[in-house]
Design a protein around this ligand. Structure first.
Ligand code: DHB
Ligand code: FE
Length: 285
């Protein structure tokens, strides 16, 4: 059976793509951010995952405001990257695993989630940058299942709903009959707001609460409603919904192995986390 070996989270600011293309990883502005990936990359090289489920939000590349699914799941053999307008370099395509995708989709529908199923899907910086940052040389070889959450246009799903989506994804992975080691990646956040009177808004106290909640009081986060979340995290900081969905997929005992918090990267408080997931004894038996 497939096992979930861990969860990873990272912010997904487009400017990171420009910095990577220019080789600015050791530049004083960027180094405190890029250095945060060394530990998770070492862990990933050691554990060698066979597949990655990537939970993120589309920024108008694949879905636009006229047709906005609350949840969508990729079921394509390949995912082409494109630039939704930031001018960052386009990367090579990423690999899909259609069998794992359909298993996740079937489990979600059985669990009363009804995602849009995408047999063709473009992936933007929110998928491509964390893939490259975490998986480096293997980013284009590891089969993935992209899961898209609407963090863009109200009504947004609640944090509790995102957590439950993650739990259903976790059950799907653990009932998949192939011996795959799977990591679940959640991208976006932490606090940021790009527009309006609060442009540049960052809330370090809330960011710390979110990072602590990944292995601590997750229940305390789940009661925050979407409007309160906009107030606490900023209108784009709500992307932490993708972290919460990732956390929901970690069905075993979780342990924080690494975190990095640095701000600002562009307009965003950047958080990076690596969480180990160990099956509980009862589950393992
Ligand atoms: C920025 C952050 C985002 O999450 C995003 O999708 C676009 C831009 C930024 O901080 O510039
Ligand atoms: Fe974003």
């Amino acid at each position: 059976m497939a096992t979930i070996i861990g969860g990873l989270a990272a912010s997904h600011v487009p400017a990171i793509g420009g910095a990577m293309a220019k080789g600015l990883q050791k530049d004083p502005y960027w180094a405190p951010f890029f250095d945060g990936f060394d530990a998770p990359c070492r862990w990933l090289e050691a554990v060698k995952p066979d597949a990655a489920v990537v939970i993120y939000n589309d920024h108008g590349l694949n879905f636009f405001l006229d047709k906005m699914p609350t949840f969508a799941v990729g079921a394509a053999p390949e995912y082409r990257n494109d630039d939704e307008g930031w001018g960052i370099p386009v990367m090579a395509p990423f690999k899909g695993d259609t069998k794992l995708s359909w298993h996740i989709i079937e489990t979600l529908v059985e669990s009363e989630f009804d995602p849009v199923t995408c047999q063709e899907m473009l992936v933007d910086h929110a998928y491509s940058l964390p893939m490259e940052l975490f998986l480096r040389g293997r980013a284009h070889d590891i089969p993935t299942v992209p899961v898209v959450v609407n963090t863009v246009q109200h009504p947004l799903p609640s944090l509790r709903r995102c957590f439950k989506l993650g739990q259903a994804i976790g059950r799907a992975i653990e009932s998949y009959p192939e011996d795959l080691k799977v990591v679940v990646i959640g991208t976006g956040g932490l606090s940021h707001q790009l527009e309006g009177q609060r442009a540049g808004f960052i809330n370090t106290a809330f960011d710390k609460r979110c990072m602590d909640a990944m292995t601590g009081d997750i229940e305390g986060l789940l009661g925050i409603d979407p409007h309160e979340l906009v107030e606490l995290a900023g209108s784009q900081g709500v992307e932490v919904m993708n972290w919460v969905a990732m956390r929901g997929a970690l069905t075993g005992d979780v342990r924080e192995l690494h975190r990095n918090y640095h701000l600002p990267i562009s307009n965003t408080a950047s958080g990076i986390m690596l969480i180990e997931n160990r099956p509980r004894l009862a589950q393992a038996a």
